[in-house]
Ligand binder design. Structure first.
Ligand code: FES
Length: 179
């Protein structure tokens, strides 16, 4: 079992980490550290857990993961920023993926993407100021027969034309009122 290098204020630090990450997450991270002689090798798994819980990984989360896993914060931040699947800013209520895979691209996905950007006033990887939408570009979503396709949360839609975009967004806003 891996012992943590305890400092005088360790209990205080640990309590703060638990507050930042929640009790179950902190427990899971400490378990990784205790079980693995190389806790850094669990970073991707741990960061996925953090992102699954909070929807993104904040600087405070990075510090708390570093403390509990006993891995330098710079290393945790390095992993979090290196992989595109980690999100470092809060995501919107609706995550919209626009497929830019080959089949969608040749069927006009770029025009669809451009329309989303114009309507939302954001670029890929950004979230609208009201926290409603996050826009992401995707590789093939596996439904090329419907090209060009988009995915809103877990639902795939296609074929999509640019002029359908305002109505799609409006529908999401209506749906948000019922959530
Ligand atoms: S290329 Fe878009 S779904 Fe396959």
């Amino acid at each position: 079992m891996n012992e943590v290098l305890q400092t005088d204020n360790w209990q205080e630090v640990r309590a703060q980490c638990r507050e930042v990450l929640t009790e179950p997450l902190a427990r899971s991270i400490e378990k990784c550290r205790a079980e693995d002689p190389n806790p850094a090798s669990r970073l991707i798994q741990v960061l996925h857990e953090v992102q699954d819980h909070f929807g993104y990984i904040a600087p405070d989360h990075i510090d708390a993961v570093a403390q509990l896993l006993q891995v330098p914060a710079a290393k945790v931040a390095g992993v979090a920023t290196f992989y595109h699947f980690f999100r470092l800013t809060p995501r919107g209520k609706f995550m919209i993926h626009v497929c830019l895979g080959t089949a969608c691209y040749v069927k006009g996905a770029e025009r669809v993407a451009q329309k989303f950007k114009e309507e939302l006033g954001i670029d890929f990887g950004e979230t609208t100021k009201d926290g409603m939408f996050t826009l992401e570009a995707s590789r093939c979503l596996g439904t090329c027969g419907l090209a060009p396709v988009i995915m809103i949360e877990d639902d795939v839609h296609g074929p999509i034309t640019p002029d359908q975009v305002p109505a799609i967004l409006e529908k999401c806003i209506e749906k948000a009122k019922t959530l």
